[in-house]
Design a protein around this ligand. Structure first.
Ligand code: CTP
Length: 403
């Protein structure tokens, strides 16, 4: 589970976005985190401690004078157990308090007495957010090492539209998960292809393959969580865009090639995970091809699609290129041969037809120095391991060809 073993203090402050914290708490506990809720008095006006206790499965603390702690010091003990404190929603007033180091209730005292990271998720009216005092306070908090998540832009509970709305619970959850990941790729720009391609035969039919896109999407998420700026070019898949990733949808191999070539100058690392169709028909029928009725069958002639990975790897100043190979057997032989043929320093091989659509995978790393098998793992865990392996090998500015 994503957050197994993590202990979080969620600090709720007064704001209508408190209702979103019920869902956030559920997401965090479902992911294995233990969640200790602490609320300001104002927060209890928006959602009850009873609701938050039921969802977190732990008693809620609201007062500095709460005598339930054996030593009567909740402001110390609650933070000592925590891997992080997340103030969500963080009101204008609470941000001001934090920036000034004031502590006049349990939650603010807990924050100043903490020995763990502090994250804040602002939620307020757009004028309150834009007010120079708030902007000064947020800048001060950032300078003090506080992680600021959001805010979002859009329609607000007060009826106005603008910046200041709390990010959605799912986004807050993903950002908290990302916070705990090591930043192997901080500042690196990563370009990834994923999914199958779809090569049309006529206006309704086409050729595709069984790639689900899960591995490429997991790598995109893992790279974003590792601090990279991620551009994902994907063929048709039924998957949500991973957190923090810029996504570009394409259909055909040629479109994928064009999108990748346009994005390559801005990439430090290129990871080609897509199962790109090798061929396309040289003439796509404009309308649906009809049966003739006399038993004669349609014939198609094919032309080869561009090899996106090999093309990028041959550029004069390529990003660090990583290929994937899905083989149906003899992985050892085909993987090593394919790495050389593609001209890439690293190729990740798997037994593709067995991996397609599955949630776990088993891969082997092929490089000039030899072969390394990795143990079977869920696609996100495996993706994180692969991102760490890629980060170890990729030069900070790209530019490595076959070594
Ligand atoms: N690839 C690519 N463009 C293509 C074909 C493949 O970028 N037109 C990339 C894939 O994304 C993958 C790697 O090349 O990273 C290997 O893909 P694979 O389909 O295994 O290789 P092929 O060259 O198609 O070899 P095969 O003859 O085994 O089909």
């Amino acid at each position: 589970m994503e957050l197994a073993g993590k202990h979080l203090v969620l600090g709720l402050t007064g704001g209508i976005a408190c209702y979103k914290i019920a869902e956030l708490t559920r997401l965090l506990t479902k992911a294995g985190a233990t969640v200790q809720i602490v609320m300001t008095e104002a927060a209890t006006q928006f959602i009850t401690p009873v609701t938050m206790q039921a969802l977190s499965g732990r008693p809620v603390y609201t007062s500095q004078w709460d005598a339930r702690m054996p030593n009567n010091m909740p402001h110390i003990d609650l933070s000592r157990e925590a891997d992080a404190i997340v103030i969500v929603p963080a009101s204008t007033d609470f941000l001001a308090k934090l920036a000034q180091g004031r502590c006049d209730d349990l939650l603010s005292t807990l924050c100043i007495a903490r020995d763990c990271p502090l994250l804040v998720v602002p939620a307020m009216n757009r004028q309150m957010w834009q007010n120079p005092a708030t902007q000064r306070n947020v800048a001060q908090l950032r300078a003090d090492g506080v992680e600021v998540l959001g805010p979002d832009s859009g329609s607000q509970a007060c009826g106005e539209v603008g910046d200041g709305r709390m990010i959605e619970p799912e986004a807050a959850f993903e950002a908290i998960c990302a916070f705990f990941q090591p930043k192997f790729l901080c500042g690196q720009r990563v370009l990834i292809t994923a999914g199958p391609t779809f090569e049309p035969l006529d206006s309704v039919r086409g050729i595709t393959n069984r790639s689900s896109g899960k591995m490429g999407f997991a790598l995109a998420l893992a790279a974003a969580q590792a601090g990279a700026d991620v551009h994902l070019v994907t063929g048709p898949v039924a998957l949500d865009t991973p957190w923090g990733v810029y996504r570009e949808d394409v259909q055909t191999a040629q479109q994928m090639h064009d999108a990748v070539m346009a994005a390559t100058p801005d990439a430090d690392i290129f990871i080609a995970v897509a199962a790109v169709a090798d061929w396309r028909v040289d003439h796509v029928a404009e309308h649906k091809i009809k049966k003739t009725g006399d038993g004669s069958l349609p014939t198609f002639s094919f032309v080869e699609n561009p090899d996106i990975l090999a093309t990028v790897a041959k550029l004069p100043n390529p990003p660090f290129c990583v290929g994937f190979a899905a083989e149906s057997g003899d992985l050892d032989v085909y993987g090593a041969e394919k790495r050389e043929r593609k001209g890439v320093p690293l190729l990740i091989g798997n037994l593709g037809p067995l991996a397609f659509g599955r949630d776990d995978n088993e891969v082997m790393l092929f490089e000039a120095s030899g072969t390394t098998p990795l143990p079977r793992a869920g696609k996100l865990d495996l993706a994180r391991t692969l991102i760490a392996e890629i980060a170890k090998r990729a030069p900070k500015t790209g530019g490595a060809l076959l070594s």
